[in-house]
Design a binder for this molecule. Structure first.
Ligand code: PLP
Length: 470
């Protein structure tokens, strides 16, 4: 390996990224790329080069061919989906992680990486004021860094199904008897995970009238009815901060229902969970004392690049009973596996990169106060946007919580027209959704470059696009 050209190329990449971030901050780039489908494919040769090329040339091509055709998630006009985090500290950690090139499936394959991950999950559990039983320090539970909230749900459902079957899930699958429960507002990753875990489509639990949150009494009825007919409830997935409207399922009541019946409770707080960094938003933690597993995407709202989902479990053995595997070729002469944590048994894949360095850098570089002020800033911007929506004739504020604002026009036809026109606007991205059968637009604040002025600019674009139809 010739490492000679690396320092100069890395310095050049860092310069280019810093310039890119300045351009984003100044909104000099579009949010969405100008090219039609196939634009980038046309630029790329059909086959790989036979001879190696200079890193500088590859970097040039990145900025010539790839960057102009990206959707810029860090742009202040990017209000779509939920944000994905980023910061210089996170990028630096990714560089160092990649450079060290280690694989951390077991303690013995990278002792420091495993112990750093344990400590980072505990740091974050305490920063979010989670129940102490979720920490490694408790000796019972602990956290693991996964790629996504989707993986977090899948891992939780696997553990729940295995526990509910007394360990038979591992050997016999669900035998068609296990069921998973969530409301219609749960993220699409829940039915996907349920299918993969072998429990089929989740049982839909009705919502409380006039809300988008699960009805705990209806949940209790479904669980009891299914038990009565010989089925085995494996797990319930509650959501704190649903994707469409940032609704919060009543976890304390749902948790009590699950606890009484011994059913695994997974709480998906992919987006909203980060708000608990701020003491004034700790309502998002309500009921977590009942949760068996809990996941937050640090890569959504903690200035940490994707992927970085943190999953905590209250009982690590329930997880490793479901997912643990120790073939002879992975047995080492090192410490016994119960004396250390082997994160391969806490996730679906075997291999894994060193994931914790990113959190370590971000938590240290920003400090908890820095992350709190970023979240408060975004929440403040969302409040400003919500006021603009509420004050605008012809618009309706559908939902507003934390950094998410959901709105529509006073007729569905106008909302659809607005959605279509906005999709052609290069400087702003809001994402469409449906709430109570009606089309809506979602605007989620989270760009590190967004400010009051960028919110006013965004709203001016929305008004302009809505104007011809009003
Ligand atoms: N859960 C919720 C509430 C979400 O909003 C999302 C994505 O936005 C997910 C899960 C899926 O997250 P991931 O892409 O990390 O799997």
């Amino acid at each position: 390996m010739n490492s000679e050209p690396f320092p100069a190329a890395a310095a050049e990449a860092a310069e280019r990224l810093a310039a890119h971030w300045r351009a984003l901050a100044a909104a000099e780039l579009p949010v969405t790329p100008p090219g039609a489908p196939g634009t980038t494919l046309k630029e790329l040769p059909l086959t790989a080069p036979e001879q190696g090329e200079e890193l500088a040339a590859i970097l040039d091509d990145t900025w010539r061919t790839i960057v102009p055709q990206l959707t810029h998630w860090q742009h202040p006009g990017f209000l779509g989906y939920f944000p994905t985090g980023n910061s210089p500290a996170s990028v630096l950690a990714e560089l160092v992680t990649a450079g060290l090139g280690v694989q951390c499936m077991m303690w013995s394959t990278s002792p420091a990486a495993t112990e750093l991950e344990q400590r980072m999950c505990d740091w974050l559990a305490r920063a979010l004021a989670l129940p102490e039983r979720f920490t490694h320090a408790s000796g019972r539970g602990g956290g693991v860094i996964l790629d996504s909230a989707s993986s977090g749900v899948l891992v939780g459902l696997a553990a729940g199904a295995n526990r509910a079957s007394g360990g038979r899930w591992r050997s016999h699958g669900t035998e068609g008897r296990h069921r998973v429960y969530c409301s219609a507002a749960a993220n699409v990753c829940v039915p996907k995970a349920a299918r993969i875990a072998g429990v089929g489509e989740p049982v839909p639990v009705p919502v409380l009238p006039g809300t988008h949150t699960m009805d705990p009494a209806a949940l209790a009825e479904r669980l009891d009815a299914d038990r009565g007919s010989g089925l085995t409830p494996a797990a319930v997935v509650a959501t704190v901060g649903t994707t469409a409207t940032c609704a919060h399922d009543p976890v304390p009541e749902i948790g009590a229902v699950c606890a009484e019946r011994g059913v695994w409770l997974h709480v998906d707080a992919a987006y909203a969970g980060s708000a608990a960094l701020c003491p004034e938003h700790r309502r998002v933690n309500a009921g977590l004392e009942y949760a068996d597993s809990y996941a937050v995407n640090a890569h959504k709202w903690m200035r940490t690049g994707t992927p970085c989902d943190v999953l905590w479990v209250a009982d690590r053995h329930a997880l490793t009973d479901a997912l643990g595997a120790a073939p002879t070729y992975l047995r080492t002469a090192g410490p016994a596996s119960d004396a250390v944590v082997d994160f391969k048994d806490w996730q679906i894949p075997l291999g894994r990169p060193m994931r914790a360095l990113k959190l370590w850098y971000v938590l240290r570089a920003h400090g908890l106060e820095g992350l709190r002020s970023a979240i408060r800033h975004d929440i403040g911007l969302a409040a400003s946007l919500a006021r603009l929506v509420a004050d605008e004739p012809g618009f309706r504020l559908v939902a507003h919580d934390l950094g998410l604002v959901v709105f529509r026009c006073d007729s569905d036809e106008r909302t659809r027209e607005l959605t279509q026109r906005l999709s052609e606007e290069p400087g702003l991205l809001c994402t469409p959704a449906e709430v109570d059968g009606r089309p809506v637009l979602r605007a989620a604040l989270g760009s590190p470059y967004a400010d009051e002025a960028s919110v006013r600019r965004a709203w001016a674009v929305v008004r302009r696009c809505a104007a011809p139809a009003r």
